[in-house]
Design a protein around this ligand. Structure first.
Ligand code: FE2
Length: 308
């Protein structure tokens, strides 16, 4: 039994030496600025979460991941179990936060009590004429050019130095369930896709992926859900036209099934657009998978050696 069960990932924090440059990238990526001062940028998606990406002025780097607890009572319970303080969350939407460090020293914040933001308009869902199911009759389809409609942060991937140690740390505190564990051999697991324990409520195939690799501990990528396939592709075009650094995509993953499109921010941090991922409940179990399943695609290019 874990200390608490989290609802979802909430936002990621970075540092960057040029906030104007970061803002330009984030707007091409499809995030919306809610705060832009000389020392901090705060961006949101179109969904109800008030914060999706935070950048503080400083030397470039990853500065932490934030998960959302179900309630303030849960946050209090986590704080007591960890001997940590519940503090005021100094970001749009307010709320409370407990700050921890995982076994590799990654900053892990858990928040609760944020005020929901009013959702913003997103690209309108359009019917598709599929073979045998022609849903769009006597009507054209026009996709306006523009950045993707980023709705929410969906998952974060962390490189860790010891998968089993990190897995235990996150599961004991935050109640993750394994969706797919990646085995290099029958005896050795190098990582796992972990989903939230939301009982019978469907949740993303993974909210956190922990990966023990050659590169040592650090940030791997953060992934934002967009409206749909057309939205992802128009977002791809916007980033390409803006001369941004494409990392991997467009393709469809095997594990999680998402359509994916990975880009790099001006300092090399990888952010992903995704859509059409798997949703599971707590009873949907756990699977063992291979590195080929992890890196393979159902369609699309193979991963570049720089990925991750
Ligand atoms: Fe991803």
């Amino acid at each position: 039994m874990s200390t608490i069960r989290i609802e979802d990932v909430a936002f990621v924090r970075f540092r960057a030496p040029d906030l104007g440059e970061m803002r330009g990238f984030l707007e091409d990526f499809g995030l919306v600025m809610v705060e832009a001062t000389t020392t901090r940028l705060v961006a949101r998606g179109a969904g109800s979460s008030p914060v999706a990406h935070v950048t503080e002025l400083g030397d470039a780097g990853f500065a932490g991941v934030t998960f959302r607890a179900e309630s303030l009572a849960d946050l209090q319970r986590l704080a007591e179990a960890e001997g940590a303080a519940v503090e005021v969350l100094d970001l749009p939407g307010g709320g409370s936060v407990v700050t921890l460090a995982d076994p590799d020293g990654h900053r892990v914040d858990v928040v609760a009590g944020q005020s929901a933001a009013d959702p913003l308009p997103v690209a309108e869902a359009q019917a598709w004429n599929r073979l045998g199911a022609h849903e769009r009759l006597r009507a054209t389809k026009r996709i306006a050019a523009g950045a993707a409609s980023v709705v929410r942060l969906g998952h974060v991937v962390l490189n860790v130095s010891n998968f089993r140690a990190s897995e235990q740390w996150y599961k004991e505190r935050l109640g993750f369930i394994t969706s797919d564990e990646i085995r290099l051999s029958p005896e050795f697991a190098l990582g796992a896709f972990l989903r939230c324990d939301r009982g019978d409520q469907p949740t993303d195939h993974h909210t956190l992926f922990l990966m023990q690799g050659r590169k040592g501990p650090g940030f791997n990528h953060a992934a934002y859900e967009v409206a749909d396939l057309d939205d992802l592709m128009r977002g791809h075009q916007r980033l390409q036209d803006a001369g941004r650094h494409a990392e991997w995509g467009v393709g469809r993953h095997i594990l999680g099934s998402q359509v994916f499109d990975y880009w790099r921010d001006p300092w090399g941090h990888t952010l992903e657009h995704w859509t059409d991922g798997d949703l599971f409940t707590a009873v949907d179990g756990s699977n063992i998978a291979t590195v080929q399943d992890l890196l393979g695609v159902q369609w699309g290019p193979a991963p570049p050696p720089t990925m991750g």
